[in-house]
Structures are given as C-alpha cells and as structure tokens.
Write a protein that binds this ligand. Sequence first.
Ligand code: AMP
Length: 235
Amino acid sequence: METSQNIGPVVLLGPPGAGKGTQAKRIAEHYGIPQISTGDILRGNVQRGTELGLQAQALMARGELVPDDLVCDMVAWRVRDVDCECGFILDGFPRTARQAGWLDAFFESEIFENSGGGKWCLPIVIRIDVDYNQLVKRLTGRRTCLANGHIYNVYFQPPRIPDICDVDGSPLIIRSDDREEVIRERLQTYDVQTRPVAEYYEQKGRLVPVNGDLEVGEVTGQMFWVIEHRDGNCL
Ligand code: AMP
C-alpha cells in the first residue's frame, strides 16, 4: 500500500456485478484510503443482529433497497471517522436520487465547513458500465469467503479448491441475494432507482463512465487515470 494521498471522496456507481467492490478495494489499497461499502456495513449489522440489521434483513433478502434515511445516517456516521480524512470510496452509495441529493448537501454543509475549506472536494463520480449478460454471469458465478469476504467467480476466477478460499481456507458461500431470482430483482431495482442517480450526476457534468467489460486491471487503470486527472482536484 502507498501512503495516503488526499484524493477526496470517490463515488463508484454501476449495477450489481459491475465490479464496484473489486475496484473499490484496488483504489483503497493504492491510495491508502478506506472503502465504504454500504452493502458490507448492512450485512455486518444483519450478522450481528443489530436494530439496523433487523430492519434491513428482509428487504436485502428480497433484493430491495433499505430506506434512504437509515443508509444516509449510516454513511454520515462512517465518513466522520478519522481514517476518511484523506478521502474514501463509496461503493454502493448513493443508490437513489434522494441519497445523491443528500450526499451533496452533506458535503456542502458539513465537510467543507468542518475542514477549514479546501481539504475536501466534491466526489469524483465513476460509473462502471458492463454488458447485461456479462453481469448475470458475474453474479450467478460469484462466491464469497465466509470469513473475510474474499471474492471469487466460478466462471472467471475460480478458487484453487472448489468452494474453499485460497487465502484463508474458509468456506465459500453464495450470498443469499446472489440467487437467480433475487438477482433479477436487484437488476430491476438498479434500473428503476439507481439509474436516476447517474442521470443526476450527468446533468451536473460530474459523471465519468468507464468500460467495465475490460479485464480487471485495465478497468483499474482507467479509474486511476480518472482520479489523477480530475478537474479542480484534491491531489
Ligand atoms: P450490495 O452489496 O451493494 O449489492 O448491497 C446489498 C444490499 O444492501 C442491496 O441489495 C440493498 O438491499 C442494500 N443496500 C446497500 N446499499 C444500499 C443503499 N445505498 N441504499 C439502500 N439499500 C442499500
């Protein structure tokens, strides 16, 4: 890992299976900033049986979205942590136009004021575009390590021993929302509720699309380029 570079916030948009989690981890590692995955935080809450987890569990199992207020509070809480000072990657947030509006207002009102100005900038918004059939294959083939969330794909990146994580030997599972019927629901939810988020940023001239059909490393390369050539950058 390199030492932290102040790249400010990065928002990763894209349908389920676009590779947001994989790319977010690579950006996080390269720039030394945290990845904030709202899906991971919610799953953690479900596993621990917290109040938030209990509210989110059934919705997540059906591939529906958790209410905006709950998720926005969760993000507000997380990004105030000290490790977010030089930037962070939002993976899976914002997912509705309302969350996107909330996020802009949040940056403008709180972060700019509290940071003495200049340190933060508005997020870079990158959308990963992937062909629909490819998405379905990525999602149905995805296996996740139970212990630490390492990700494999039975079609594209199989583990050395079937159903066992190469890194820590723990079992690989199919996430409950990676079942085929739920996948269809999640892709539809994306179309209806999250496409407007991209339009929101597009209208503001802040959306940068990258080609997510390319090989993983090439997609990462495009992202580094976007981050390092942003307008009015934080670097
Ligand atoms: P993910 O791991 O990003 O695919 O998220 C898994 C599930 O968590 C989603 O299908 C939603 O039910 C819930 N979720 C994650 N992020 C959000 C968000 N920003 N707003 C609402 N629900 C979310």
